[in-house]
Design a protein around this ligand. Sequence first.
Ligand code: SAM
Length: 286
Amino acid sequence: MDNLSNIGVIKDVMQRHGFTFSKALGQNFLVNPSVCPRIAEMGNAKPGFGVIEIGTGVGVLTNELAKRADKVVAIEIDERLIPVLEETLAEHDNVKVINADVMKVDLHKLIEEEFDGLEVAVCANLPYYITSPILMMLLEQRLRIRSVTVMVQKEAGTRLCAPVGTRDMGAVTVAVNYFSKPKILFNVSRGSFMPAPNVDSCVVRFDINDTTPEGVTDEAFFFKMVRAAFSQRRKTLVNSVSAGLGTDKHTVTAAVENSGLGANVRPEQLSMEELVRFSEELKKLT
Ligand code: SAM
């Protein structure tokens, strides 16, 4: 449906299908016609690419992705939207809609089966109740993808894209920078959605790195330590890590010293290299 980005058309389709929004599923649909083409263009929807979309709504972004990419696989949890999508995406023969919870889909298998010979990108206007789990799932699995381009709450975007070693960062910032180069692309006002949420949003792109930081011998331990370090804002590294991991303070203090860090250093002051060094020293002592 080519005029799908028109708010009147979206309302009409929803009404005919008796569709009502589910707040629990984070259903705020885009109704600003200029936003979806920009996400598609900046999100690698282009010839030679297959795109995975997470959360289709009535298919406004799906439609723009299908116009540009070779193939789109769209994953939507709400079965009530499936008949709607059959109508709104009818003109595209390069779209496959899967009715599933994205957290339960085997994405390695999906990529292998659906995108043979294509580069792969992920694009989504994410449901905000589950932004971080979806991002972490996409990054940690080391999928064969080039980029992840997503709409998130503005505040979450600032935190995700904060450089490591700055005040805004959190555990998810470290993870994001470990696997990718994050970048805020543009802001989107709350009035661009129906119903309008009470926060503004932004679109961010994560360009997946070919390699991860050097020197990490145990990735699971590294991320456990990072989660512990950032679980208690503004505490020293020693206090938050010993509380979070249940390791005694003497051991953590020794690891801090062995890494060449100051005794009162705070996690948000550390660079990626320093976090890796500290993690390795701590692992040797535990
Ligand atoms: N892409 C549409 C748009 O821009 O208008 C809809 C975006 S809306 C913010 C998020 C969508 O994700 C909803 O359609 C919702 O039903 C779907 N969703 C929520 N949780 C999901 C999950 N775990 N797996 C797949 N889709 C999900």
